[in-house]
Design a protein around this ligand. Structure first.
Ligand code: NAD
Length: 265
């Protein structure tokens, strides 16, 4: 028996970071649910491969080289989707990069770079989404924060600050956009096995080292009551829920696909 309320037929989803990991899994999942997907990523080959996969499976998708640190690129991605398909129902601000550096050792350039990729990009994406969705009177915005907002740890200051700001941006925008018919929610995933965490389990040549991969899974899996690391699909499924009718009374929330590593109220 299938459960209704998850069908996205007729909806247009714009996703950043759609070339890899969580963004790619989300693109494939929303397309499977019937959405047209417009993906943006700085890695144009990777995002083109995602779009090709969707098209090969019978869906509709577009790919664009987008550097989310550039407001003009983000505007073009979202306005382009509106021009071609007539509407934008879902915007997922997913692109992001890891960063590990002790506060004492972090340069200005590094700080600015992480702010630009992980935070300013989301602000640009929210503003562009709001412009299009405000006219429509409907829409779902999803921002990807991180479990790093729940557990301070050495070297995670810059990353954690950007992700905490993304959470606050989400809640504030939810207050402002709710009356316009727009829902805004965020994800704070735990440890998810993607290219993001690849440095933990590759050898010097960049190839996956099975032994290091097992160690990574054991070490980070042990932190979670569910005793495993997450997959990109785990997060994509949470996003599907947040953009579906089945979460229609939820806005301003931080959903945590994290295996139980943190359980804030
Ligand atoms: N993997 C994890 O453990 C984890 C945990 C919590 C949160 N997150 C967040 O999830 C999001 C997605 O991460 P992921 O795990 O899928 O990583 P990933 O590396 O697999 O994918 C990130 C994608 O973003 C793209 N990207 C990077 N810089 C960009 C830029 N300037 N413009 C456009 N695209 C750019 C990359 O090319 C890549 O395709 C990030 O925001 C990350 O901070 C990841």
């Amino acid at each position: 028996m299938s459960v209704s309320g998850f069908d996205l037929t007729g909806q247009v989803a714009v996703l950043t970071g759609a070339g890899s990991g969580i963004g790619k899994a989300t693109a494939l999942t929303l397309a499977e649910a019937g959405a047209t997907v417009v993906g943006g990523d700085i890695d144009v080959d990777a995002v083109t491969a995602t779009a090709d996969e969707i098209t090969a499976a019978g869906g509709t998708a577009r790919a664009m080289r987008t550097d989310v640190t550039q407001r003009a690129d983000v505007d073009l991605l979202i306005d382009g989707a509106k021009s071609e398909f007539g509407r934008v129902d879902i915007v997922g601000n997913i692109a992001g990069v890891p960063h590990n550096r002790m506060i004492a050792e972090c340069s200005d350039d590094e700080f600015e770079r992480i702010l630009a990729i992980n935070l300013k990009s989301v602000f640009y994406g929210c503003q562009a989404a709001l412009r299009v969705m405000g006219e429509q009177g409907s829409g779902n915005i999803i921002n990807v924060s991180s479990g790093a907002i729940d557990t301070p740890a050495p070297t995670l200051a810059c990353y954690g600050m950007t992700k905490a700001a993304v959470a606050m941006l989400t809640k504030t925008l939810a207050c402002e956009a709710g009356p316009l018919g727009i829902r805004v929610n965020a994800l704070a995933p735990g440890v998810i096995e993607t290219n993001f965490s690849r440095h933990n389990f590759v050898d010097e040549d960049g190839n996956v080292d099975p032994e290091r991969l097992e160690k990574y899974r054991a070490r980070f899996g042990a932190m979670a009551p569910l005793k495993r690391v997450g997959s990109a699909q785990d997060v994509a499924d949470s996003i599907l829920f947040l953009v579906s009718e089945r979460s229609s009374f939820m806005t301003g929330q931080i959903l945590r696909p994290n295996g139980g590593t943190a359980m804030p109220w």
